[in-house]
Design a binder for this molecule. Structure first.
Ligand code: CAA
Ligand code: NAD
Length: 302
């Protein structure tokens, strides 16, 4: 499989100014690909320290991308990094961050109440032209949009981790998403260098509906002691051609995020055994071992 990078696609006509809410694992990646393809980006975080953290992570990943794009030209690589960085600013004030925004992409915690609170506020302060999107992994876009008065300008834009590397973008339309919004989302996805697929507003859309139960099944296999985590990972890498095994992928996604997904689906669909949360994941969360992002999950990361 040949991987290519999101770089300098032509800038989308409708969407020029993008606000990314949440500068964590996903938000920082989304901000990066938007900035490196010529969009003006504002990242919103809860405090200045977290903005700094997002900017540092973006700087590191931009250097990785630049090295690949401009292998033999360090000057061009530096220019790419500094120009991309110059298009990004951080902000802790929502109203200020959206005042000239064409598109808001939300990438905060996977919790409906918290997302509702955010979008209710956003709907009041954002100009009418601003389209809203959620990067939720598992929640209903229709339900998230329900607290706003712009359901026609609302949809899902679901990116994959690591955002600068993964080529896919799922564009999710609710029954109320307008054709105009859908087309603007598809064009923007292409402009940030992604291949877009379309999905209805169903739990987990395409990828997570398949991937999340697969990871949970692998953890159940480990919990039963049928095979060691290393062997499960090796088996799926060498026997099924996956770039990462399911246990390391669980650490990579983050146990807080994947557990929130499973708990939400389990509550909604209690009879589906595929959606039963894993006890060992709960234990990791209690111990604050959330995976790669905290330095330890099922495996340790130095
Ligand atoms: N930013 C920029 N570049 C990055 C990067 C980042 N964050 N992370 C990795 N890269 C680049 C590396 O520089 C490297 O480039 P070269 O090949 O040119 O050297 C390339 O990507 C490969 O990286 P590594 O050599 O470090 O390691 P790898 O070959 O094992 O690849 C991986 C790492 C891309 C993460 C790969 O293991 C992979 O594809 N894993 C599966 C990831 C996956 O399934 N993601 C989806 C998770 S589910 C989800 O996101 C949805 C949800 O809602 C939960
Ligand atoms: P994360 O914990 O790394 O980042 C979330 C960030 O949002 C944190 O930095 C937090 O400070 C910030 N935040 C929380 N509330 C906020 C608010 N009201 N205003 C501004 N910032 C706020 O989480 P993540 O892994 O980036 O996930 C974010 C979203 O993306 C979730 O909905 C998740 O389901 C989804 N998602 C995650 C993955 C993944 O692999 N982790 C992949 C695709 C989608």
């Amino acid at each position: 499989i040949k991987r290519s990078l999101s770089t300098s696609s032509p800038m989308n006509a409708v969407i020029k100014n993008v606000t990314v809410i949440g500068g964590g694992l996903m938000g920082s990646g989304i901000a990066q690909v938007a900035a490196q393809t010529g969009h003006n980006v504002t990242i919103v975080e809860v405090n200045p320290d977290l903005i700094k953290k997002a900017e540092d992570s973006i700087a590191k990943n931009l250097v990785r991308v630049a090295k690949k794009l401009h292998k033999d030209d360090p000057q061009a690589a530096n220019k790419f990094v500094s120009e991309s960085q110059a298009r990004i600013k951080g902000c802790t004030d929502i109203a200020e961050a959206v005042k000239d925004s064409d598109l808001v992409v939300e990438a905060i915690v996977e919790n409906m109440d918290v997302k509702h609170k955010l979008f209710k506020n956003l709907d009041e302060v954002a100009p009418p032209k601003t389209m809203f999107a959620s990067n939720t992994s598992s929640l209903s876009i229709t339900e998230i949009a329900s607290v706003t008065k712009r359901k026609d300008r609302f949809g899902g834009l679901h990116f994959f981790n690591p955002v600068p590397v993964m080529k896919l973008l799922e564009v999710v339309r609710t029954p109320e998403t307008s054709q105009e919004t859908y087309e603007a989302f598809m064009a923007w996805g292409k402009a940030v260098g992604k291949t877009c697929v379309t999905c209805k507003d169903t739990p987990g859309f395409i990828v997570n509906r398949l991937l999340v139960p697969y990871i949970a099944e692998a953890i159940r296999m480990m919990e039963r002691g049928d095979a060691s985590p290393r062997d499960i990972d090796t088996a799926m890498k060498l026997g099924a051609g996956y770039p990462m095994g399911p246990i390391e992928l669980a650490d990579y996604v983050g146990h807080d995020t994947s557990h929130a997904i499973m708990q939400g689906w389990h509550k909604k669909f209690p009879d589906n055994p595929l959606f039963k949360p894993n006890e060992s994941v709960q234990k990791l969360i209690d111990e604050k071992k959330l995976g790669v992002k905290t330095g330890e999950g099922f495996y340790k990361y130095t």
